[in-house]
Design a protein around this ligand. Structure first.
Ligand code: FES
Length: 149
C-alpha cells in the first residue's frame, strides 16, 4: 500500500537534510532550519537591499538605540546558506555599536558559521555587504527612523 503523502514528504526532507549534513556545518544547518531575525523592520534607521552575482537578493533593516543596534531584521530569496548567513550575522551584531558591527567581515562570519563550501562563499559576502550598506544608510539618516525623517 502507498504511504500517505505527508510520510513520503517527511522521508524526503530527512534524506535532503542527511545530504546537507555532509556538506554544511551544524551551525549552518541550525540557522537555516530555525533562522533568527528573519523579518522586515518597520521604519528602520538604516536599510539596504542588494542582489548578489548569483541573482539572489538580501534585505537588512536596522533600528538603533543611540550608537547601538537595537533591532535587526533580514529577508532573502536566496539559498539555505544565505538564510544561515543572515541569521548568524544578525545575532553577531545585535546590541553591538555601529563601529563594532562594521568591523565584522566575511571572514569572521564564515569562522562563526564553521565555514561554507567554496561554491557558497558568496552567500556570506552578500550578507556582510548588505549589512554594511544598511550601516552606511544609518550614517545618512543620522540614526533616525524613516518615520521621523
Ligand atoms: Fe545565491 Fe546563496 S546567495 S546561492
Amino acid at each position: 500500500m502507498n504511504k500517505p503523502f505527508h510520510q513520503w514528504a517527511k522521508q524526503l526532507q530527512e534524506l535532503i537534510l542527511e545530504e546537507d549534513r555532509k556538506i554544511f556545518s551544524p551551525q549552518v544547518i541550525d540557522n537555516y532550519l530555525q533562522p533568527q531575525n528573519l523579518k522586515e523592520i518597520p521604519d528602520p534607521a538604516g536599510k539596504a537591499t542588494i542582489t548578489g552575482p548569483c541573482g539572489d537578493t538580501m534585505y537588512v533593516g536596522l533600528k538603533l538605540d543611540r550608537d547601538k543596534i537595537a533591532e535587526i531584521g533580514f529577508l532573502t530569496d536566496g539559498c539555505g546558506p544565505t538564510v544561515a548567513c543572515g541569521s548568524m550575522l544578525s545575532q553577531m551584531v545585535s546590541g553591538r555599536t555601529l563601529i563594532e558591527a562594521v568591523a565584522i567581515g566575511q571572514e569572521e562570519l564564515l569562522k562563526v558559521l564553521g565555514g561554507l563550501p567554496e561554491s557558497h562563499m558568496h552567500c556570506a559576502k552578500l550578507a556582510v555587504d548588505t549589512l554594511h550598506q544598511a550601516l552606511k544608510d544609518c550614517e545618512k539618516t543620522g540614526g533616525e527612523s524613516n518615520a521621523k525623517r
